[in-house]
Design a protein around this ligand. Sequence first.
Ligand code: C2E
Ligand code: MG
Ligand code: MG
Ligand code: MG
Length: 277
Amino acid sequence: HSKRKGTGEVSLFRQDFADAVSKRVKLEEQLRNAIKQNEFELYLQPQVNVESKPTGAEALIRWRQSDGRFVSPADFIPLAEETGLIVPLGYWITERACQILQQWQQNPDKAKMQLSINVSAKQFQQPEFVEQVQLLVEKYKIQPHRLKLELTESLLMDDISSVTNKIKRLKRLGIEFALDDFGTGYSSLSYLMQIPFDTLKIDVSFVRNMLDSREKAQIVHTIIQLGESLKLNIVAEGVETEEQFNYLTRLNCDTFQGYLFSKPVPESEFLADKTAP
Ligand code: C2E
Ligand code: MG
Ligand code: MG
Ligand code: MG
């Protein structure tokens, strides 16, 4: 009896596994097609200063399937990384960001803004990554310091000397760097000191619970102080309430991003005059 039950569990597990695999294979196929058909769009989420004035934006990719459904980047970026599809996709993201920056340069309201893009480990590891970015900056004639690359701590762990080397080459061109989701990974102070980041982004998980948890508040406080002593710009992610904004302002945080100011919006709606017809 118990043996039969065991077998049943195994086949149930196999069924689940088979379902998961076929779902994944299907998503991979759809992703491959999406790249060919260009079903992606960069949405922009403003970043604001203490006066709530926009200083730039983060580009966040959106995949709108042919049936109109959106697939979250949290669901397809990991798959794109595993399959290597992030390489062509990441190139598309970088080029699209440069096109947006070129447009902004011709608009006095936006000419001084920075645009941040998220760069995946696999993309960054490509031997030609530095040259590709350089060529795009030249092609679109953008001021390099308007473009900021967001990297995560896990990427730094890969091969610290090769990563540092690439960052330094891009910094020499004028490109800026942000360390994304700071505090969630394993990066240590020694990494931070070795790598010339311009910006630290406090992860949304700290900001979310900051007002209910002394521990989270202390972490936020410490990150901001660390940023100050390293002379980095500090961006708080996921700011949703006035209370969070006020608290962060009192701690001397200088840049804010979150639903309180705006959700990510299509490029055409970014800082569009909503009173216009
Ligand atoms: P991330 O880079 O840390 O982006 C911040 C995420 O927080 C975004 O989710 C954004 O929509 C969300 N967010 C912003 N404000 C708030 C808020 O006030 N409350 C809450 N709850 N969330 C907020 P999104 O767009 O779903 O992206 C998720 C992650 O997917 C990103 O995290 C990034 O790691 C990755 N991703 C997004 N776009 C790209 C891309 O173009 N390239 C790569 N490589 N990764 C991307
Ligand atoms: Mg980011
Ligand atoms: Mg983040
Ligand atoms: Mg994240």
